[in-house]
Design a binder for this molecule. Structure first.
Ligand code: ZN
Ligand code: FE
Length: 250
């Protein structure tokens, strides 16, 4: 397996997941950069894997499908109607395959009610998280609750620590500024910020466990920062408080 990040729109990432001469594309927000990347890599498109229905993640689907009638388009069952051209509506722990590639669906509501990640296990494992887990951050709670996002991030953070995390937006630099505000004394956050290069994708599960405040809601320093903003020390309350703080953080 080989993964190629394809910048889309302003700060989105789509990804080609390549096995042999074929690729799946994750979250094509626009078609032209995907077509160019397929040509550059010399591979043909065999499947479209969507993490959720938002336009910046699905905007390229119609044009890609128009040239490849009948191509598999995967989304969560909740998004069967509201994502375009879905042919395979999946649930938690379903598997999707393309040639030798096999991804397991992780249902991770919170950003939206149809949010899923695609996890490819193994020593060079990868997870495509859309707008659920970002580099040092998480998506806004547009449809789900803080409890749902906590459960979803906990599931992703429990994957093997070497798993590469391919997220949906280049937000890592600003997320790390916020992470440093939450945990000013966490040396891993300072180290990650000073080593940061863009594109910052992928990170690893280990990076996120060490620096992502939304993953670290059980850590004393994160609990203390949330308590100062009215939270209890319950992890869901901590996540809700720091998510609300981040929503207005400059
Ligand atoms: Zn989104
Ligand atoms: Fe997005």
């Amino acid at each position: 397996m080989r993964v190629v990040a394809v910048p889309n729109l302003k700060d989105n990432y789509a990804y080609l997941v390549i096995e042999g001469a074929r690729a799946a594309v994750v979250d094509p927000g626009e078609a032209a950069p995907i077509e160019q990347a397929l040509a550059r890599e010399g591979v043909t498109l065999g499947a479209i894997w969507l993490t959720h229905h938002h336009a910046d993640h699905v905007g390229g689907v119609a044009a890609l499908v128009a040239k490849r009638p009948g191509i598999e388009v995967v989304a969560h069952a909740h998004d069967r109607e509201r994502a375009p051209h879905v042919t395979n509506a999946v649930e938690h722990e379903a598997t999707v395959e393309l040639d030798g590639l096999r991804a397991t669906i992780i249902y991770n509501p919170g950003h939206t009610l149809g949010a899923i990640s695609y996890w490819i296990s193994g020593s060079d494992g990868a997870v495509f998280t859309g707008d659920t887990m970002f580099g040092a951050g998480c998506g806004r709670l547009f449809e789900g609750t803080a409890a749902a996002m906590h459960a979803s991030l906990s599931r992703l953070a429990s994957l093997p620590e070497t798993t590469r995390v391919y997220f949906g937006h280049e937000y890592t630099a600003s997320n790390l500024r916020f992470a440093a505000a939450v945990e000013p004394n966490n040396p891993a956050i300072a180290a990650r910020a000073s080593a940061l290069r863009e594109p910052s994708t992928p990170s690893t599960v280990a990076d996120e466990r060490a620096t992502n405040p939304f993953v670290r809601v059980g850590e004393p320093a994160v609990i203390a920062a949330a308590r100062a903003r009215g939270a209890s020390d319950d992890p869901v309350s901590v996540l809700a408080a720091i998510r609300a703080w981040k929503d207005s953080f400059k």
